[in-house]
Design a protein around this ligand. Structure first.
Ligand SMILES: Cc1cc2nc3c(=O)[nH]c(=O)nc-3n(C[C@H](O)[C@H](O)[C@H](O)COP(=O)(O)O)c2cc1C
Ligand code: SF4
Length: 358
C-alpha cells in the first residue's frame, strides 16, 4: 500500500510516494533517495541526478556534433541507475557543424541519447545554453533573437524525445548575467529592478510552454547567490510564479564562500539550495561536492532538498546510483586538486584517476 502526499501549485502536481512503513511508525512521511517523484506526469524513479557536464575531450561525429561517444556516455549513466540525467549545456544557436540543437542534422544522436536513457528507465532532460555573451552589450534585437532561439531549441529537444529542458542561468554565463544586479548594468527594460532582470524568461515562458506542450518539464538552473541568498530567494519565488517546474540550484556569478552549520554535511552551494527550498513548493535539486551515499541520504531524508545531483561522482562511477541504492561501495571521485576546476574531464577525461583503476 502506498500513501500519496500532494503539493498543488497552479498547474504543477508533484506526488511524493512514501511507503506505509514510515506512516505506520508515526513518522512524518520520510522521503528516501530510492523514492520516485512525478513532475508533469513524468516519473523520475529516484532522487539521484546527473547534472549537466560538458565532455570537453569527446570527439563528436560530423565535425563537432554529438555522436556515438556521447550516446555511449549517457547510456552508461542511465544503465547505472541515475533517476534524472540532464544532458550537458547545449547551445541554442551557433555555426554549422557545431554541437547544438538548432538544425535537423544535429538531431539523430540526440534522439538516440533520449531513447537509450528511457530504455533504462531514466528521465532525461537537456540543458539549453546561450553561451558566454556580455549582456550589457546586446541590442534588444539580439536579445529577442536569443529568446526565440531558446524557444525553438526547447521544441526541438522535446521532439527528439527529451522529457524536459533546463535553462542555463548559472556560473557567470549569459543568462546568469541578466539576473545578477552586480553584473547587469543595462538601463533599459532588461536591467535594474528584479522584474527587468527576469524579463528574458518572463517574456518567453508562455511561448515555451506552447512550444513544448503540457507534459514537458521546464527547469531553470540558477545560482543560490544572486548576488546573495536573499537575492536568489526573490528570483526563485518569481520563477515559481512564472510556472517553472523544477529548480536546480548551483552558484551564480561566483562560487559562494562561507561556513555552513556544523551538522550540515555538505558544501555551501548545497546549503544555499536547502535555504532556497524553504521558499518554493516546486522540487529543488542541490549540487556540488555530493560524493557519498551518506551525503545524498542526509539531504533527501531530512527534506533539505528533493534531489541530489552528483556530477564528478557519476563521471567517476557510471553505476553510482545503482551502487548507492544497493548499499554497495562506489568507485570514488578523488576530487582532484580539491576543486571542480582541476577535474581532468575539463581537459582529458581518459586521465581521470577513478576511471583508470577500473
Ligand atoms: C567537466 C565539467 C563540465 C561541466 N559542464 C557544465 C555544464 O555544461 N553546465 C553546467 O551548468 N554546469 C557544468 N558543470 C558543473 C557541474 O554540473 C556541477 O555543478 C559541478 O561539477 C559540481 O558538482 P560535483 O561536485 O558533483 O562535480 C561542469 C563541471 C565539470 C567538472
Ligand atoms: S578527474 Fe578527478 S575530480 Fe574529475 S571525476 Fe575523475 S577523479 Fe573526480
Amino acid at each position: 500500500m502506498i500513501h500519496i502526499s500532494m503539493y498543488l501549485r497552479f498547474d504543477v502536481i508533484v506526488y511524493i510516494i512514501c511507503d506505509t512503513y514510515h506512516i505506520e511508525m508515526g513518522y512524518a512521511c520520510m522521503v528516501k533517495v530510492s523514492d520516485e517523484i512525478i513532475i508533469r506526469g513524468k516519473k523520475i524513479k529516484n532522487r539521484i541526478v546527473m547534472p549537466p557536464m560538458v565532455c570537453f575531450s569527446f570527439k563528436g561525429d560530423n565535425g563537432g556534433m554529438y555522436g556515438e561517444q556521447y550516446v555511449d556516455h549517457y547510456t552508461k549513466r542511465a544503465k547505472g541507475g541515475t533517476g534524472l540525467i540532464i544532458v550537458q549545456a547545449t547551445p541554442v544557436a551557433g555555426a554549422a557543424e557545431q554541437l547544438g540543437v538548432w538544425s535537423d542534422e544535429q538531431m539523430k544522436p540526440l534522439e538516440k541519447i533520449a531513447q537509450n536513457c528511457h530504455s533504462y528507465g531514466s528521465t532525461v532532460m537537456m540543458q539549453l545554453s546561450c553561451g558566454d555573451v556580455d549582456i550589457n552589450e546586446l541590442s534588444q534585437e539580439q536579445i529577442h533573437k536569443m529568446q526565440s532561439d531558446c524557444i525553438a531549441a526547447a521544441a526541438r529537444a522535446i521532439q527528439a524525445g527529451f522529457d524536459g529542458v533546463e535553462y542555463h542561468f548559472v556560473h557567470g554565463y549569459t543568462l546568469c548575467r541578466f539576473l545578477d544586479p552586480t553584473f547587469n548594468q543595462r538601463n533599459d527594460c532588461y536591467g535594474g529592478a528584479l522584474e527587468n532582470r527576469m524579463r528574458f524568461l518572463m517574456e518567453i515562458m508562455e511561448q515555451i510552454r506552447d512550444a513544448v506542450g503540457e507534459e514537458a518539464i521546464v527547469s531553470v538552473r540558477m545560482g543560490g547567490n544572486i548576488p546573495d541568498v536573499a537575492g536568489a530567494i526573490d528570483v526563485v519565488k518569481a520563477f515559481e510564479e512564472l510556472g517553472i517546474d523544477l529548480l536546480h540550484v548551483s552558484f551564480g556569478m561566483k562560487e559562494p564562500v562561507g561556513d555552513v552549520p556544523a551538522e550540515f554535511k555538505c558544501s555551501t552551494i548545497v546549503f544555499n539550495g536547502s535555504e532556497i527550498k524553504k521558499h518554493v513548493t516546486i522540487p529543488v535539486i542541490a549540487v556540488s561536492e555530493i560524493f557519498t551515499a551518506e551525503q545524498a541520504n542526509f539531504l533527501i531524508e531530512n527534506d533539505y532538498v528533493d534531489f541530489a545531483a552528483v556530477g564528478r561522482g557519476i563521471y567517476a562511477d557510471e553505476n553510482w546510483a545503482n551502487k548507492v541504492l544497493a548499499k554497495e561501495p562506489i568507485r570514488q571521485c578523488r576530487n582532484c586538486g580539491g576543486s571542480i576546476r582541476k577535474c581532468l574531464w575539463f581537459t582529458d577525461h581518459t586521465k581521470c584517476p577513478a576511471k583508470k583503476i577500473s
